[in-house]
Design a protein around this ligand. Structure first.
Ligand code: HMG
Ligand code: MG
Length: 297
């Protein structure tokens, strides 16, 4: 069976926008359950301004504990600038992700910089991370539609993806921030982008606002993408992108992949255990589209 690679972003994208405060211990327990389920790549946290995202204020305490407990785990952290990189490195982070959006307004709302500055800061942050020996990812957010500017230009998305590749990002992550894409657009855009970024370094990060997350993942699979972000229980959403619902649920992606002949290395029962824990923490029902069926008795 052919392998696909999943990074579970629940601890970062999933928890960055929750009303209920989740303790560092509970974040560690969520990661423990993801690891038990067979997840081998997690986006653990973000080193952003605690004023902007108080939910991630414990990043500096979380990372050393994750490194000590799971030295083999691929654990990345989101950093928006050099200050974030400095804090991430001081905590012992081994991999960072920069975040660049394909429109002027989304960059301003998210990281308080225009597009040109965000591009420059992302390139500088990647270069500094490489000099420190860290691995890197680069998000290209609002790669399909922007909540402020509407449909984004494919040329712009392609240009930014190529710049991130040229800057040495180990993985370029094309993100549907508000879950607005449909399978035909995923096919069209990923087919163009795969000419600029080798498939071995190309990932897709889907949100599931319109119920098309799994169909979009299938579309990406068909054009050869094998690297996916997803979030256990489907939790997630950028606080600065109005209308962003949760991420594509890891359990939906794993189920679809399994039924379609792809191996993920992830146990569905193990994932359900992680989802049940997240539900207890967040005090509301969670789960992807397949949740009710997966949990049938
Ligand atoms: P700013 O206010 O413009 O920053 O914020 P500044 O450089 O003017 O500094 C202001 C203060 O913040 C200073 O402190 C800095 O030291 C501090 P003060 O002097 O006032 O005490 N500061 C920081 N503190 C901690 N960590 C840092 C940092 N940088 C500066 N890294 C900034 C700019 C980028 C910091 C802010 O806008 C921010 O933190 N934004 C957070 C954005 C965010 O977390 N968004 C969600 C993640 S992205 C996402 O979800 C999309 C994704 O999932 C993909 C997709 O779905 O599309 C990845
Ligand atoms: Mg996201």
């Amino acid at each position: 069976m052919e392998q696909i690679f999943i990074t579970d972003v629940a601890p970062r994208d999933g928890l960055q926008n929750q009303q209920i405060e989740v303790s560092t211990e509970a974040k560690l327990e969520l990661i423990a359950r993801l690891v038990s389920a067979g997840v081998n790549s997690v986006e653990t946290t973000s080193f952003v301004s605690p004023k902007a995202v108080p939910q991630m204020a414990d990043a500096g305490e979380l990372v050393p504990q994750v490194n000590a407990r799971w030295p083999q785990l691929r654990s990345s952290v989101l950093v928006p600038n050099l200050k974030g990189l400095e804090r991430a490195h001081a905590s012992g982070a081994k991999e960072i992700a920069v975040v660049l959006s394909a429109t002027e307004t989304m960059n301003r709302k998210n990281i308080n910089m225009g597009l040109a500055e965000a591009l420059e800061v992302s390139e500088k942050t990647l270069a500094a991370a490489h000099a420190l020996g860290l691995k890197t990812r680069a998000y290209v957010a609002v790669a399909f539609e922007c909540p402020f500017e509407g449909e984004t230009s494919l040329d712009e998305v392609l240009r930014l993806a190529a710049r991130m590749h040229a800057a040495g990002a180990g993985e370029i992550v094309i993100a549907d921030t508000i879950g607005a894409a449909a399978p035909a657009q995923v096919k069209e855009r990923m087919t163009v982008i795969r000419d600029a970024v080798p498939l071995s370094q190309l990932a897709i990060h889907l949100h599931d606002t319109r119920g098309m997350g799994v169909a979009n993942a299938w579309s990406a699979l068909e054009v050869g993408v094998r690297r996916f972000d997803a979030s256990a229980g489907g939790i997630g959403g950028c606080p600065f992108a109005p209308g962003a619902a949760g991420n594509l649920a890891t359990e939906d992606l794993v189920l679809m992949a399994r039924q379609s002949g792809f191996e993920t290395g992830i146990s569905l029962n193990g994932l359900l255990d992680a989802v049940a824990f997240a539900e207890a923490q967040l005090q509301r029902p969670l789960g992807g589209r397949s949740g009710a069926w997966l949990r049938r008795t």
